[in-house]
Write a protein that binds this ligand. Structure first.
Ligand code: PNS
Length: 159
């Protein structure tokens, strides 16, 4: 059975990310969550912090592993024997860029397909950027991110 690669910045992970990963874990024997070490935007949380949050949130899933990468996603997929990239789509606005990335990855690594999973409507409005913005100004993000992320955002806001 093929294995799945769920890549992202996860700065921080939201319930939307977790939903897509948990659903992927139902369909694939092995799911690798790959955290990009140096996202294009300066991250709020270090690579270790982002990985640790994901480990804590997803620790109940035996078939999910947390890793990190720098460089091309296709190289990571090949080196770790991962067959399919899984991405969540919140709205049509996500589609254009995600399609472009999927086609670039396919051009770089023929046979490496991307499967799109629709976001759960409960989380369709969520993004890491909005969560960070709301938390920075003291808004409540409980219920949008895991408790460990709420705590980390609070610590960052007060620190
Ligand atoms: O959570 P994000 O920021 O939407 O994740 C984007 C990510 C990390 C999946 C994407 O930027 C990526 O795959 N970067 C690795 C560089 C790469 O392979 N680029 C060429 C293919 S588009």
């Amino acid at each position: 059975m093929p294995s799945a690669l769920c890549p992202g910045s996860f700065d921080p992970p939201t319930n939307g990310h977790i939903d897509v990963i948990e659903r992927s874990a139902r369909y694939f024997d092995r799911v690798c969550v790959a955290v990009i070490a140096n996202p294009s935007k300066q991250p709020l949380f270090s690579l270790d912090e982002r990985k640790e949050m994901l480990r804590e949130i997803l620790g109940h899933l035996d078939n999910v592993e947390i890793a990190s990468f720098d460089g091309l996603l296709v190289d990571f997929a090949r080196e770790h024997h991962l067959d399919v990239i899984v991405k969540g789509l919140r709205a049509v606005s996500d589609f254009e860029y995600e399609l472009q990335m999927a086609q670039m990855n396919q051009a770089l690594s023929p046979g490496l397909d991307t499967l799109f999973v629709n976001a759960n409507p409960s989380w369709a409005f969520l993004s890491s950027s909005l969560v960070k913005q709301v938390a920075k100004y003291g808004g409540a993000v409980d219920g949008m991110v895991a408790p460990v992320v709420v705590a980390a955002l609070k610590a960052r806001a007060s620190g």
